[in-house]
Design a protein around this ligand. Sequence first.
Ligand code: ZN
Ligand code: ZN
Length: 357
Amino acid sequence: MRSFQVCRCGEPMQFAETATPKPKGSEVLVKILAAGVCHSDLHIWEGFYDLGHGKKLMLQERGVKLPLTMGHENVGEVVAIGPRAKSGKLGVKIGDKRLVFPWIGCGACAVCKRGDEQLCMAPRFLGVYRDGGYATHILVPHPRYLVPYPKVMKPEEAAPLACSGVTAYGALKKLGALVKTEPVVIFGAGGLGLICIAIVKAMKGKGVIAVDIDPVKREAAKKQGAIATVDPNAPDALAQIQKAAKGPIWAAIDFVGNGQTAQLGVDSLVKGGKLIVVGLFGGDITLSLPFVPIRAMTVQGSYTGSLAELNELIALVRKQPLPLVPTKTTTLDGAQRVISDIKAGKVVGRTVLKPAG
Ligand SMILES: [Zn+2]
Ligand SMILES: [Zn+2]
C-alpha cells in the first residue's frame, strides 16, 4: 500500500510504500475511494493548537505519533475481513462501499460504553492517533465503524459526512428544539459551515445566518441557502446579525473558534441563548462572570459527533438528500497543496483526495 505521511510537523508530507496489512481479529481492510482534507488536518500537520496567550497545545505530547497518515473523512471499499468480523448482523462483505467512522475510542471505558467514543480519554481516532485515509488502504478496527451511505451519493460526496457532517450535526443537536424555531447564527462558512446550512435545511430548521470575513465564502453560503450573510468586520456587524434574525439571537455555532468570532457569538446572545464552540482556530475571550448567570448563558463545546449521531445523520440524508457542498477532487499527493490552500483560507467547500488517481 502507498501512504502520504507527515514525517515531521510543518514539513512536506512524503510517500511511504509498505506491505498491505492483513486484517486480524475484528479488523477490516478498506481500499480508499475518497479521503476528505479537513481544516483540522492543517493543525495536525503543524503539530499544535493555538491556546491564546502565546501558548500552544502540542499534539505530540498528547499521543499523536509520527510518521502519521492523516485523513479522517474516508469512504472505501471492503477488500479483506478479519476472522472475527465475518459473521453477525454487523458483518460486511467484500466489495461493500462504506463511510468510515473515524472517532474511535478504547471501546472499554464508561464513556465509550455510553456511546461517546469521540470523547474517550484513550482515543484511537483514525487519521489522528492511527493511520488514516491519505493512503490507498486503511485498517478499521471493527465493522461497526463502517457505515452504509445512500447509493446515490458519490464517494467524494459522502466522505465529508464522517467529520464535517457529523461535527455540524453534533453541534446542531446541542441546540435542541431551537433549530426548528429560531435562526441559527454560524461563524465561518468553510466546509463545516456550508454542510451545516445543508443539514439545517434537511432538518426543516428555521434557517442559517452565516457570518464570514471572506466575501467568496459568504457568496457560497448564500448559494447553499443561508437566509442572510454578514461580514464580522463591518462596524455594525452585531446589528446586521440581529436585523437578519428579525429578533433576538437564541442559537449560535462558532465553527471558527477564534477570539473575535467567539466574542461576537457571546455578545450576540439573548438571555437564555446558547453558543456552541466547534472551531479550533485558537485564541481566547474574556467572559464577565456575572453575565453568565444574569444572561443565563450557555457556552458549550462540541467535539465531532458520536457513531449514533453519524447513523442518525445518514438516516436524515436518506430521507432528505442534502444540497451538495461544492467538492473538488485531487490525487493523493495533492494533499500538501490543499493544506497550504486551507492555511491561506483559499478553499471553498471541500477538497477530496482520490488515492487511485
Ligand atoms: Zn475533520
Ligand atoms: Zn474509551
